[in-house]
Design a protein around this ligand. Structure first.
Ligand SMILES: [Zn+2]
Length: 393
C-alpha cells in the first residue's frame, strides 16, 4: 500500500520569499576604518534623521560633518553642532538623489552614491550602509568590474553575472546588518555609475534575469580576465566540481589582452619554495621539470612529489596557474597563458564574442555549461514548488 504524504513547509523557511528585491543594503568603505567624513548632497535635498526621530533638512551642496565620538556619532554643519547620536539615517527626498562621501580620517578619495545612507559607530569606526535601488547598485558594480567604455552586449552579460551573484549571496553579511560589502569579498562597488548611461540601460534591459543551473539553483557565476584559450574546471582551482563550471576550449580569448605572460624566478628561490613544501632533495635538484602549458594541471608533479599549481601561482604572484616551467641558466622561467583563476567566464573572451555579434545569452551559455536564464520570480516559484512538497511513497 502506498502512502503519499505531502508536507507543506512554511513559506518563511525559504529565504527571500519576496518576489521583488527592490533595494539592497551595501556596506561601503568596508573595512576602511574611517572615523571622520564629510557628507554632501549633490542632487536633491536630504533629510537627516537622528536616533529615528529628529529630522534635519540638508540642502544641495551643504556640508555635513560626521565623526566618531566615544561610542556615538557627532554630527555638525559648518557652523553648528547638530548633536551626538547612535544612528543617523540620511534619506533623499526623491528618487533622483545622490550624495558624496569624503573620508577625512584617513583622507581617502571621495565617492558618490545613489539614494540613502545609514551611519553608525562600529567600535570606533564609522559604518556606512548605502540603501540603494538594486539596478543603480548593479550599474555601479558593472562599472567597477568591467570598466567605463565597453561594448553594450558585454555590459548586459556582466549585469546578469552581478545580479546572479547578488541574489545568490543576499544574506552573506546579514549577521552584520547589511546584505553585501563593497569590496572583492562580495562584488567591487566604488559608488554610483556616473560615467556611462549605457551601463544602466544594460542593467535595466536584463532586469530580474538571473542564471540558474539544470536543477534551478542559482549558479556561482565565476569570472576572470582571460582564460588563455582554455577555461578551468572548478575543482582545479577550488575544492568542489560544479557541473556548470566545466573547462571549455575558448578561442575568443586567444591573442587578446592578457593572453600571455612570462616570469623569471631565481633558481634558489624556486628551490627554497620546493623545500618549504617538503619536496625531496632529488626532486629539488632535478633539472627537467614536467609541466606542459597545453592543459590546465591541478598539480605540478616532480618525481614522487607534487604541489597544487594554484599554490605556485599564489607564492610567486603569477598571473594564472596555467603555465609551463623551464630552466634557463640560474632562473626558472614560467611561460603562462591567461589572467585570473580561469574558472567560468573570460571577460576578455566575452568582449570578443560581443564584438563578433554574439548576444549575452549565447555568451553566458558558452562559458557556463547547461545553464538557463530565468526571471527571479520564476526561480522563486520553482524553488517554492520543489521545497513545499516532499513526497514519500
Ligand atoms: Zn562581502
Amino acid at each position: 500500500m502506498k502512502y503519499i504524504l505531502i508536507i507543506l513547509i512554511a513559506f518563511v523557511c525559504i529565504p527571500l520569499m519576496s518576489a521583488e528585491v527592490d533595494s539592497v543594503d551595501v556596506c561601503v568603505f568596508h573595512n576602511k576604518n574611517i572615523s571622520s567624513v564629510v557628507f554632501t548632497p549633490v542632487n536633491s535635498c536630504y533629510l537627516v534623521s537622528a536616533n529615528g526621530d529628529k529630522e534635519y533638512k540638508l540642502e544641495e551642496n551643504t556640508l555635513l560633518y560626521i565623526s566618531c565620538f566615544n561610542h556615538q556619532i557627532l554630527v555638525s554643519t559648518l557652523n553648528n553642532v547638530v548633536g551626538v547620536f547612535d544612528t543617523i539615517r540620511i534619506n533623499s527626498v526623491d528618487s533622483t538623489g545622490y550624495f558624496r562621501l569624503k573620508p577625512i580620517k584617513p583622507s581617502l578619495e571621495s565617492r558618490s552614491y545613489d539614494d540613502n545612507i545609514v551611519v553608525t559607530n562600529n567600535f570606533g569606526s564609522l559604518k556606512f550602509i548605502n540603501r540603494v535601488d538594486v539596478n543603480k547598485y548593479l550599474a555601479g558594480v558593472v562599472l567597477a568590474e568591467a570598466g567605463p567604455n565597453i561594448i553594450q552586449e558585454f555590459y548586459k552579460t556582466q549585469a546578469l553575472i552581478s545580479r546572479t551573484y547578488l541574489l545568490g549571496h543576499i544574506d552573506r553579511h546579514s549577521s552584520e546588518g547589511f546584505n553585501v560589502c563593497d569590496d572583492v569579498h562580495c562584488q567591487a562597488y566604488h559608488g554610483r555609475n556616473n560615467i556611462n548611461h549605457r551601463i544602466f540601460e544594460s542593467v535595466v534591459s536584463t532586469d530580474h534575469l538571473i542564471i540558474v543551473d539544470s536543477v534551478n539553483d542559482i549558479i556561482t557565476a565565476a569570472f576572470h580576465s582571460n582564460s588563455g584559450g582554455l577555461t578551468s574546471n572548478s575543482e582545479v582551482e577550488w575544492s568542489s566540481p560544479l557541473p556548470y563550471l566545466r573547462s571549455v576550449v575558448d578561442p575568443y580569448s586567444i591573442n587578446q589582452r592578457n593572453y600571455k605572460w612570462t616570469k623569471k624566478v631565481p633558481i634558489n628561490e624556486w628551490r627554497n619554495f620546493l623545500m618549504e613544501n617538503e619536496f625531496s632533495g632529488k626532486s629539488i635538484r632535478r633539472k627537467k621539470l614536467m609541466l606542459s602549458v597545453k592543459n590546465r594541471s591541478k598539480f605540478l608533479i616532480i618525481g614522487e612529489d607534487s604541489i597544487r599549481t594554484r599554490e605556485i601561482r599564489k607564492y610567486f604572484n603569477l598571473r594564472s596557474s596555467f603555465f609551463s616551467i623551464d630552466v634557463e641558466g640560474r632562473y626558472v622561467v614560467f611561460n603562462g597563458l591567461g589572467y585570473g583563476h580561469g574558472v567560468g567566464l573570460s571577460q576578455i573572451g566575452a568582449m570578443k564574442m560581443a564584438h563578433l555579434g554574439f548576444n549575452y545569452e549565447q555568451i553566458i551559455k558558452f562559458y557556463y555549461s547547461n545553464v538557463q536564464l530565468v526571471s527571479y520570480d520564476k526561480y522563486l516559484e520553482e524553488k517554492r514548488n520543489r521545497e513545499t512538497a516532499i513526497i514519500i511513497e
